[in-house]
Design a protein around this ligand. Sequence first.
Ligand code: B12
Ligand code: SF4
Ligand code: SF4
Length: 348
Amino acid sequence: MHASLDIALAAEIRAQATACGFDLCRFAKARRATHADAYLEWVAEGQHGDMAWMERNQDRRCDPREVLPGCATVICLGLNYFPGESPGHDDYRIARYAWNDDYHDGIGERLKKLDAYLQTLGGTQRYYVDTGPVLERDFATDAGLGWNGKSTVQIHRQFGTWLFLAEILTTLAIPADEPFGDHCGKCTRCLDACPTQAIVSPHRVDARRCISYLTIENKESIPLEFRRAIGHRIYGCDDCLTACPWNRFAQMSNEIQFHAREEIFRHSLRDFLNFDDETFRRVFAKSPIKRIKRHRFLRNVCVALGNTGTPDDLPALQRAAQDEDPLIAEHALWAVGEIEERHKTSEA
Ligand code: B12
Ligand code: SF4
Ligand code: SF4
């Protein structure tokens, strides 16, 4: 194809991506991921913890051409989800991406629309948001959709860290964009801010130490060594994001769907202990929090209560310590012990 036609095609696809509701659209050449070896090492060292799906399909994850034969371009898309500051009290913290609806649903719809358009151009596509076998941040970095911060979070000069990523693998050959370059400089704020020292070196997170992993992906008991550091975070963690100076440019997302849902912030930690399955499913309908189910959510609530609770919380926790779910019972018992110990120390 003639070069100017290529450029016109790229501009047209970008315009369609904007029309579908994406804030950013850049192009990377489909090839073996630049930092594929970093991923292979990460898995070989067991830093993915129990996320067994990160071990599978390694060839596919390292190279989009293994996912889509004939793949020529990775279309990298970004969506600003910044919902602003916490709408209510600070009794508990929830990672910003979970302040409202699950992004997988809304973004999936947009990708479908863009795919339909690309089909009219003769392209064959696969599209993903989060759950596909794609090293999303590596291709975003190649495409100049921001850069990969030392926290491993993808940062954009206009939106800071508050970006969801998605991509479309396509057989269409679209001219690749230039990388933006690394703009972290000498800063180490994210490494210093991490409560569990999970950013073990620049661009490397040991998921087993990360509060996002411990409170969301981890299905088991939370290891004792991390419980106090979790503080009052009950779902995910944003500390390496909020620490990032590039967020001074962050702007509220245009999507109301990502703004804080009041219902999620209306409760006290202790209230959550009274949630039965039905209440849990109603309050967290469409929210990503629903994904961890009541028992893992209450596990997290017990840890937060253990760290911040007072003797007034003891009766509710003692009841939870009798819960038929052993995960809840064990964490509630731990919380009782922590509050009693703090109380004894403060009385002495
Ligand atoms: C597994 C996973 C996790 C795990 C592991 C995180 C991790 N750092 O690996 C856990 C559960 C801990 C997690 C946490 C979070 N996650 Co997550 N997660 C993923 C997932 C599914 C795979 C990531 C992966 O492949 N990890 C393996 C490692 C090796 O890859 P990587 O961290 O992406 O690292 C790449 C780059 O760092 C680069 N690289 C490596 N070394 C170097 C060196 C240099 C110099 C450069 C330039 C690049 C570079 O190459 C690596 C391999 O490609 C992606 C979606 C996807 N399919 O990519 C979402 C994703 C990364 N998560 C996301 C989010 C929002 C989060 C949280 C912010 C949620 C929260 N608030 O609680 C935290 C952030 C924690 C953090 N510091 O990363 C977003 C991030 C968006 C963004 N702007 O970066 C993604 C992209 C989902 C999405 N589609 O939007 N996550
Ligand atoms: S999300 Fe929290 S625990 Fe995980 S690396 Fe960032 S600051 Fe550390
Ligand atoms: S806090 Fe500093 S080092 Fe970390 S990602 Fe942001 S700019 Fe880079």
